[in-house]
Design a protein around this ligand. Structure first.
Ligand code: BGC
Length: 242
């Protein structure tokens, strides 16, 4: 089946039609900068532009960096506070004229990795962590998603984990790979203590440079980079709309 996958991020909103049987993009992805301020109506307008760009009339799946339950966005760590309590699925369905399914962005990336990437055919507990502006998490048990885990906000030493260990923190504080990996390792240790995952998959833009930090991490679980780079959010969002 063909579904338009859209990934709403802090700096860009990206979309492409996806063949959900294979996870392949059917056209080059189209990106529009995220409006500032990124209030629901302004973002919805951009999503509608992406739908128009592909002349799309079918189902749409959309990843969003917040808790999403039954189509309603319920948190706003790195997005405009106006999203809290917005029925995002209803809003996007109305502006695009297409049936829209919305889910958390890390959950979307995890669905793509589990179906076609580093988590393919993996049983047990799989933890996917996306490292970017925030830290996003997706947990799968025997291939089934436990949605909206939000483990990027676990407090370590009284501080929100993503504030110290995200890629944004690395850049903001100009941390060396070694110092940043030390912080991220501490985060992984907490996650292992809580979840005992069988496999940890690391995703997000920084994973392009995984040779710089993966050797500095020590976990009990097997730890691997994601296989999809920029496209996991788009592909997973499309899968969620099935
Ligand atoms: C948000 C999550 C999101 C993650 C990655 C966090 O700040 O709370 O919902 O998945 O960032 O974008």
């Amino acid at each position: 089946m063909q579904v338009l996958g859209i990934d709403i991020g802090g700096s860009g909103i990206k979309g492409a039609p996806v063949e959900t049987e294979t996870g392949a993009l059917l056209a080059e992805r189209f990106r529009i900068p995220t409006p500032d301020p990124a209030k629901p109506k302004a973002v919805a307008k951009v999503v509608a532009e992406i739908v128009t760009h592909f002349d799309w009339h079918g189902p749409v799946g959309c990843g969003f960096p917040a808790v999403v339950r039954s189509g309603v966005t319920l948190s706003a760590a790195n997005v405009h506070k106006k999203w809290i309590g917005t029925n995002a699925e209803a809003l996007l369905t109305e502006v695009t004229g297409c049936p829209v399914r919305m889910l958390n962005d890390a959950d979307a990336a995890g669905m793509a990795e589990m179906a076609f990437g580093a988590g393919r055919a993996r049983q047990g507990t799989v933890l996917l962590i996306t490292i970017g502006t925030g830290i996003g998490t997706a947990v799968f048990v025997d291939g089934k998603l436990v949605p909206n885990t939000e483990f990027g906000h676990i407090e370590i030493g009284g501080v929100d984990a993503e504030w110290r260990a995200s890629d944004a923190a690395r850049q903001r504080e100009r941390l060396s790979w070694k110092v940043w990996a030390g912080r991220f390792n501490q985060y992984l240790q907490v996650m292992e203590k809580l979840l005992s995952p069988d496999l940890i998959i690391l995703g997000g833009g920084v994973v392009k440079k995984y040779e710089k930090f993966l050797p500095l991490l020590s976990t009990q679980a097997e730890i691997v980079p994601a296989q999809f780079l920029n496209e996991a959010g788009i592909v997973g969002a499309a899968l969620a709309a099935l």
